[in-house]
Write a protein that binds this ligand. Structure first.
Ligand SMILES: NC(=O)c1ccc[n+]([C@@H]2O[C@H](COP(=O)([O-])OP(=O)(O)OC[C@H]3O[C@@H](n4cnc5c(N)ncnc54)[C@H](O)[C@@H]3O)[C@@H](O)[C@H]2O)c1
Length: 435
């Protein structure tokens, strides 16, 4: 092992010692993981790498770099060279001096994330399609990096269980995991949630979660692409990559229901869904609508609706009914039953700020102060909630939390290679089975 280089900047040593305090006396691997970051830059600059250089990854890198002064983006990884090059051009232009990515720190391919994690880094942003999150999160925490982790964190129960294990490892190593479930970082939503938890609408009776929205992008097909490349470039439409849109998109709503229920998971759910408007093969095999009823042990129900269709009524909000009133979470509004007119109405009028910026500000502030953030449990539970809803709709059966948590379903392809892979059949309720 090479000798430890001197640390010139005491401020960097200070904060990294604080953030590694909990691993002193912990496993050797754990302390080595964090120690690597202590000696990384020789200054108090935190070095950040991005895995998954698409739309959200480019956005997350910008949000991260705005969090504070002493940050640099130093490495990029993507499955595809053209995606990486496009992101590079955008970030080079927008980040100024904070863009410090050398060509030798740009990695392409399925193993690009492993190569990136071997470079000199403190923090990684995980922004690939959800399928890859469990393995990449585990590798990042094992390598001793603090993590910003986009939602959802898995596409199947096997992935969720892996993430839950990694979340525990991150706690032992005192490493941050900040989740991209961004509404948890929005000031108006937080204020509305706080009031509900303080009893502003009494006891919660039921919740309605709507994510009724338009269709999303499609990136076409090229003759030169293998089926694997086609599916990865159009990952939204393949459940092994995205989890289907109930997992990929509606998770934002389901996570707010989980939050309202104090992060206690539902006991079971039933649902229905199908594929009515997006029936062409270009839309892969996913559904275009789902309606799921989740039930908690105390009898509270969440009715969750999500749709991706053109030309329909759109609505994204959370409607909460309580014994003393009601709330709309995204509108930041509360209405009391017992107080008529304006007296019974409350609306958040505080500071507005981008939740995408706030999540990164809190991540880096936590690293600096040693008050490490770990959003791991709720991000895993809301992912499993979405998966159990999908499976209730795919199979037509009632699915319990226990069943979902213990399911052996693993949607991984046979190999990560640029070859032909199957397009899964569209699920048929009553016939499709949960593994
Ligand atoms: N929090 C939010 O509001 C929000 C918004 C949009 C997307 N997202 C999430 O962010 C993630 C990325 O979404 P996006 O819209 O940026 O998609 P995207 O397709 O634009 O970007 C994904 C990138 O990951 C790359 N990639 C694919 N497999 C990879 C692998 N194995 N290793 C490395 N790179 C790989 C792709 O080539 C692509 O560049 C998804 O999980 C999505 O749900 C979150």
């Amino acid at each position: 092992m090479s000798p430890t280089p001197p640390i010139k900047d005491p401020s960097r040593r200070d904060f990294l010692q604080k953030s590694s305090a909990a691993v002193v006396g912990g496993s050797l691997v754990a302390s080595l993981g964090v120690a690597r970051t202590v000696h990384a830059a020789g200054s108090d600059t935190l070095r950040v790498g991005l895995i998954g250089c698409g739309g959200r990854g480019s956005g997350a890198a910008k949000n991260a770099m705005q969090a504070e002064d002493n940050l640099q983006l130093v490495a990029l990884a993507d499955a595809f060279g053209d995606q990486l090059d496009h992101c590079k051009k955008i970030l080079e232009r927008t980040l100024g001096k904070k863009y410090a990515v050398n060509d030798e720190n740009c990695f392409v391919g399925f193993d690009a994330y492993k190569q990136l994690l071997e470079t000199d880094l403190d923090v990684v942003l995980l922004c690939t399609p959800p399928h890859f999150r469990p393995a990449q999160l585990r590798a990042a925490i094992e390598a001793g990096k603090h993590v910003f982790c986009e939602k959802p964190v898995a596409v199947d129960p096997t992935g969720v269980r892996s993430v839950l294990e990694t979340v525990e490892l991150a706690k032992q190593k005192n490493l941050s995991i900040v989740s991209g479930l961004c509404w948890r970082y929005e000031y108006g939503v937080r204020a509305t949630m706080d009031r509900i938890k303080d009893g502003a609408i009494g006891d919660i009776v039921s919740i309605q979660e709507n994510y009724l929205a338009n269709t999303l992008w499609h990136r076409g097909r090229k003759d030169s692409w293998s089926e694997m490349e086609y599916q990865m470039r159009n990952w939204l439409y393949f459940a092994w990559l995205s989890g289907d849109h109930i997992v990929e998109q509606h998770i934002h709503s389901l996570d707010k229901a989980l939050w309202l229920m104090d992060d206690q998971p539902p006991v079971s759910c039933t649902g229905l869904g199908g594929r009515q408007a997006r029936t062409d093969e270009q839309w892969g095999h996913i559904f275009d609508h789902f309606a799921v009823c989740y039930e908690w042990a105390n009898g509270v129900k969440t009715f969750a609706y999500t749709r991706q269709m053109k030309g329909c009524h759109n609505d994204v909000d959370d409607y909460v009914l309580g014994t003393k009133g009601s709330a709309r979470i995204l509108k930041n509004e509360i209405t009391r039953i017992d107080k008529p007119g304006d007296e019974g109405k409350w609306k958040y009028k505080g500071i507005k700020a981008s939740m995408y910026d706030i999540e990164h500000k809190e991540l880096f502030a936590g690293i600096r102060s040693g008050k490490i953030i770990n959003n791991g449990t709720y991000m895993s539970y809301s992912t499993l909630m979405a998966i159990m809803g999908r499976e209730a709709c795919y199979t037509g059966q009632k699915i319990t939390w226990e069943q979902a948590m213990n399911s052996q379903q693993d949607l991984s392809p046979p190999a990560y290679a640029w070859t032909d892979i199957e397009v899964p059949q569209v699920a048929v309720p009553g016939k499709t089975k949960l593994a």
